[in-house]
Design a protein around this ligand. Sequence first.
Ligand SMILES: Nc1ncnc2c1ncn2[C@@H]1O[C@H](COP(=O)(O)OP(=O)(O)O)[C@@H](O)[C@H]1O
Ligand SMILES: O=C(O)C[C@@H](O)[C@H](O)C(=O)COP(=O)(O)O
Length: 331
Amino acid sequence: MKINFNAEKEFDIIAIGRACIDLNAVEYNRPMEETMTFSKYVGGSPANIAIGSSKLGLKAGFIGKISDDQHGRFIEKYMSGVGIDTSNFVVDKEGHKTGLAFTEIKSPEECSILMYRQDVADLYLAPSEVNEEYIKKSKVLLVSGTALSKSPSREAILKAVSLAKKNDVKVIFELDYRPYSWESLEETAVYYSLVAEQADVVIGTRDEYDAMENRETEGQNENTVNYLFKHSPELIVIKHGVEGSYAYTKSGEVFRGLAYKTNVLKTFGAGDSYASAFLCALITGKDIETALKYGSASASIVVSKHSSSEAMPTVEEIEELIAKNETISIA
Ligand SMILES: Nc1ncnc2c1ncn2[C@@H]1O[C@H](COP(=O)(O)OP(=O)(O)O)[C@@H](O)[C@H]1O
Ligand SMILES: O=C(O)C[C@@H](O)[C@H](O)C(=O)COP(=O)(O)O
């Protein structure tokens, strides 16, 4: 099965949400308390997805608010440098700062992220700063769940989703759940359900769907898809880490994507690289099974490297890995 996108559109994908900075531990395999040096990269889930998409040859744009300082200018310059249209970046004029994510790489299995996200510029994107003429030019609007965590960004996202639906732009909802961004699980569940019900494609980990369902315990994929398929989604992707991922279609098909063996350096970056390559495959007309392979291969490459954004692979690297066919099989 394939998803049909409107071929007349100028952009393949426009992402909306945060464009921030990752500061990744240079001395890894140790706790952050003992880490003295960090490398700077552009970060933020939707920015990473836009960067990954652009590197794979898609025409990508971005809607977001950046700080009026050195960090904001670094982000804009890096993203335009990799070919992303940054004309719809808004520069914050109220002194809000760029969000920072310090990463800790204790071991390949034990990584964590320490986020500095108080009063960050990205969450001040206002509905009036979301432009219909821009959104209508894209095949896809990629929405990050974290952008729903606070107003006015929350309303800006809801406006963007309704403009996308009005203008034949597919809404892809990447759940991107960061618990510390939210007041409560209850609040997350309200806004995640609202947007997931309107989206065409939903992508998330099992844990993230549990947040959408306001669950403290692990839910069943079958129940999740039965609920969402009563609404707009035509495709639902549920990721299970190294155990791989599943894609469910409204017509009842289920596909499994296996993870590819790799030399893991750190675990973060997997989700964003997966999303960009999965979507690139779908948008360029590949079937869902191939899209799952693209997502898994891209994630496998990025977890073997130091960054999330800079490490995003090319189509050739992805296809080379798929051709080797060294998957991780877990029952
Ligand atoms: N250790 C790993 N080795 C190889 N691939 C991995 C590994 N961990 C995750 N992946 C790949 O990345 C995808 C997304 O990872 P997951 O952990 O589910 O998402 P997220 O990073 O959003 O939490 C998985 O479906 C898998 O294909
Ligand atoms: O999303 C962020 O704000 C931080 C990211 O830039 C960071 O690289 C990361 O956590 C990516 O992890 P993923 O969501 O597993 O792809």
